[in-house]
Design a protein around this ligand. Structure first.
Ligand code: UD1
Length: 418
């Protein structure tokens, strides 16, 4: 298993480019299954999660080609309606094929996703939505077996709380359903708006983009479409925090500042300043890091996917801060690893208390999940001496060549193949 060796204390300088968003590509790939013909996604990063999703689409019968950040998906013939455990257990977003398969082929078998390092991740809202649309769903031998012989029917679906996954899945089922579907309390995440754009390009009729009520009038068929994937707001946020924590003047380019407001507000409270020019954010870091509390919530609030990285930043604040995680209350495995680097963090009932320390000190640590790995990389950039991060396959799931991008702006980070 590969690891990273980071020599801390090197300031960053220059421009760092943000890739396309993993969490946007995953539902787009599933959506491509809705139409016969070839859809093309551009600005697609090279990530393990996307490779697994491509594998899944091929198992279903689609042709997937990837070259030069462009992914072509030809879903003319689908021969299998099943997402097997072997793939779902590696990547939970496999559940996204449920909506498109039910919508187009009226049947789907998707292995029931289990828990993962960030906690229990149920899919009951997805299933509730499809049942309301007339699908018959059974759980047998660890599989979700879903069928709707006469096709999905439009329905009014109100989620009790916001779910990105359930909103995307129901949306993809509803576009080919008979009649009108209303999704209330829909997620407002930019990745959902992007999916709406893609589906509309395919010929879907959707109203209410960027609001919490989406109204979908089902159409008989869709056609393939092409789209350029939006910038990854989590990768951008990670680089912004990299600039802030190393107190470096860094320009984060090719991102959407509108998607990063919650982070930027908190960093401003901590003392940072920003100069925003179109799609670029120039970070002017604070000399002294002020402690700031955050609560993770659905968009447009502070994202759970930047919680771990923000914790690393607060580990060096001049005082005590708190982080409350409302999306995945157990998502704090990185706290113990950061403490190995001399941080002072305790976790109780979904809230972390971070007592800022003067400096971090390099050590061997272990990446526990995707965003936790990013938090450890940030810590390594500033820790005194050497930090070795093992199990970095987690980071390869969601960051395209992070070590190259950081080295290019001055970090001393190397991948050790193992
Ligand atoms: C969540 C994040 C997303 C992030 C991803 C991976 C939110 C709203 N979502 O997305 O930004 O990229 O984790 O870190 O911040 N839930 C149920 N039943 C369901 C579906 C969800 O109880 O059927 C719960 C989840 O356990 C969670 C909350 O609803 O507590 C939000 O879930 P959802 O947005 O669907 O999760 P992800 O798609 O994994």
């Amino acid at each position: 298993m590969d690891s990273f060796i980071i020599e801390g204390g090197h300031p960053l300088k220059g421009e760092i480019k943000v890739s396309g968003a993993k969490n946007a590509v995953l539902p787009l790939m599933a959506a491509a299954l809705l139409a016969p013909g070839k859809s093309v996604l551009s600005n697609v990063p090279k990530l393990i999660d996307l490779k697994i999703m491509a594998h899944l689409l091929r198992v279903i019968g689609a042709r997937v080609d990837y070259e030069n950040e462009q992914m072509a998906i030809d879903a003319t013939t689908c021969t299998c309606y099943e997402a097997p455990y072997e793939l779902v257990s590696q990547m939970r977003a496999s559940i996204y094929v449920l909506g498109p398969l039910l919508g187009r082929y009226r049947k789907a078998i998707v292995s029931f996703p289990g828990g993962c390092a960030i906690g229990s991740r149920p899919v009951d809202l997805h299933l509730m939505g499809f049942e309301k649309m007339g699908a018959k769903i059974e759980i047998e031998h660890g599989d979700i077996i879903a069928e709707c012989k006469d096709g999905l029917k439009g329905a009014e679906i109100e989620f009790p709380f916001v779910s990105v996954g359930a909103t995307a899945n129901i949306l993809m089922g509803a576009v080919l359903a008979e009649g009108i579907t209303t999704i209330k309390n829909a997620a407002l995440e930019p990745e959902i708006s992007h999916l709406v754009d893609f589906l509309c390009l395919m010929g879907a009729k959707i109203e209410g983009k960027d609001t919490s009520t989406l109204t979908i009038e089902g159409v008989k068929e869709l056609k393939p479409a092409n789209i350029r994937v939006i910038a990854d707001r989590i990768e951008a946020g990670t680089f912004i925090i990299a600039a802030a924590i190393t107190k470096s003047p860094l320009k984060v380019v090719n991102c959407n500042p509108e998607h990063l407001k919650a982070l930027m507000i908190k960093l401003e409270q901590a003392g940072c300043h920003f100069r925003v020019e179109d799609n670029d954010i120039f970070v002017l870091s604070a000399e002294e890091i002020k402690p700031v509390d955050i609560v993770t919530e659905p968009f447009p609030s502070f994202p759970t996917d930047l919680q771990a990285q923000f914790m690393t930043y607060m580990a060096l604040a001049n005082g005590c801060s708190h982080i409350t995680e409302t999306i995945y209350p157990d998502r704090f495995l990185h706290a113990a690893e950061l403490n190995r680097l001399n941080a002072n963090i305790s976790v109780k009932n979904g809230t972390a208390t971070i007592n800022g320390v003067q400096s971090l000190s390099g050590a061997e640590v272990m990446a526990t999940d995707l965003r936790a790995s990013a938090a450890l990389v940030l810590a390594g950039l500033v820790a005194k001496g050497q930090t070795k991060i093992s199990r970095i396959y987690h980071i390869d799931r969601g960051y395209d060549k992070i070590e190259e991008k950081l080295s290019n702006v001055g970090a001393n980070i190397k991948r050790v193949l193992g």
